[in-house]
Every structure is written in C-alpha cells, then in structure tokens.
Design a protein around this ligand. Sequence first.
Ligand SMILES: Nc1ncnc2c1ncn2[C@@H]1O[C@H](COP(=O)(O)OP(=O)(O)O)[C@@H](O)[C@H]1O
Ligand SMILES: [Mg+2]
Length: 249
Amino acid sequence: MKVIAMVSCLGGSGRTTLTAALASAFARRGRPVLALDLDPADLLPTYLGATAPHDSGLHASLVDTSGATALNAIQNSDGIRILSVGNTAFPSAPAILREHPSRLRDILRRLGLQDDTVVLIDTPRQPSVYADQAQAAADLSVQLWRADVASYARLAATLPTPDRTLHLINQMDPTRRLQSDLHALLRARLGSQLLAPIHRDEALCESIAANQNPFEYAPRSRAIMDLEMLAERLLQALTSTVVPARVDA
Ligand SMILES: Nc1ncnc2c1ncn2[C@@H]1O[C@H](COP(=O)(O)OP(=O)(O)O)[C@@H](O)[C@H]1O
Ligand SMILES: [Mg+2]
C-alpha cells in the first residue's frame, strides 16, 4: 500500500478534482485504488461518479479508538473503492484526532490492503485536523498551489515543508504573463520539489458535470496529458526511497 495525501491551504485549489482524476489514472494503470474523502464537504464520491453513502463509517471509525467500527467502501464503475467521512457532524472528532494523530494511519494498516494498492486522500483546506491525519498517514503529500500572488505570498511565509512533500501548481494558464513569471519564481523556490503543472482546462470541470471519467471524456485534452505525466511521476516518487530535497533559491 502506498498513500498519497492531496493537501492545500488554498480553497478551490483542485484537491478534490485532482484526487478523483489521479484515482482514475492509477486505476487505468491496473493499480487497485482506494480513494478516501476526509472532507466533510463530501464531494469526492460524486466527482468519481458514485453516490455518496449515507452512513458515516470512516468518521465513526476515526473517532472509535477501540478499532471496532466496520468500514464499508463503495465502488465506482472503474472499480475504484471509496470511503468517505460523510457529512454527518461529529463535534468530538477534532479533539479526538488531535489527541491521536496517527488514527488514520492505524486504520489503513488494519485494512490489510495489497502491496500495489494506491490510497489517495482528499482533504479539507489547511489548517485542518483531517489534513494533518492524511499527512501523518501518507508516504507522499502533494501540496497544491496556483500560479498567483496569493500562493507566492503564502509559500514565502510557509515554514519548510516536510520531507515527503511535492508541490504542484494547478489551473496553470501560461498565456498569462504573470502566471508564467510566478511559476518561474515558485520553481526557483521549490527546486525539484515542484512537479510539472496541471494546466487550466475546462474539460476537467465538464467531465464532472457530464458524470464521466475525464480520461474518457477528453482523452486528448491538455489537463489529461498533464495528469498522465503526473501519475507516472508520483508512482516513480513512491517507489524511490528519496523524494527530492528542498532547494531554496
Ligand atoms: N486544472 C483545472 N482546470 C480547470 N478547472 C479546474 C482545474 N482544477 C480544478 N478546477 C475547478 O476548480 C474548482 C475547484 O476545484 P475543487 O477540486 O473542488 O477544489 P478543492 O477541492 O481544492 O476545494 C472546480 O470547479 C473545479 O472543476
Ligand atoms: Mg474539495
């Protein structure tokens, strides 16, 4: 089992969109995929073309430190299994999760998944105990940014990121001069921790609206080509023992 957490301190950065698209990319490569929705907004099942379950199995399991709560994943038409915290309120959850930072990691270990399974975790905007749980469980975190001034300012003010983190700019539009300049600045700051960007591409939104897998909806679109490369790069990073170290400009 290899675990990837999709995280960001920006709203609308594309965590859910890219978690769903990467789940499809890995499934198309024949990898068993478990997609975890840790965001109470509960959109990942819909983005994956599945009906969100009404039970709150994953949330109940996270707060049940006895480990007795059963987990029932749903499955979409591509065979991607999905577990979701659901949108039922668990007011006690943040305190319990802060006290037990490795709850999710323990739950995932107990699932006894196959070695080649890829677990992808969608998270709420940071700071969030759910994002912290995801990062503590992850072999690799993908930190999402946009090529905009807000991202640059946030990144400049951010402490060095944990070792096993790669950074990704989403919704890149290279025809905009400012975006290209900011991309260059972010690349100088992050060095080899910065992945190749995902371009802004309406096909990604349209495929969700059309309830279709983006790889089938628009196989030759720019974002799909980016996503194919990203999936390969992440698999490579997961199998190598060393994720590139941070290089400051
Ligand atoms: N690469 C992209 N190109 C075009 N639209 C995108 C792209 N990535 C995300 N979006 C759109 O941006 C919006 C926010 O994406 P979403 O995945 O819900 O963000 P988050 O989960 O980080 O809040 C959605 O409307 C989504 O369709
Ligand atoms: Mg989201």
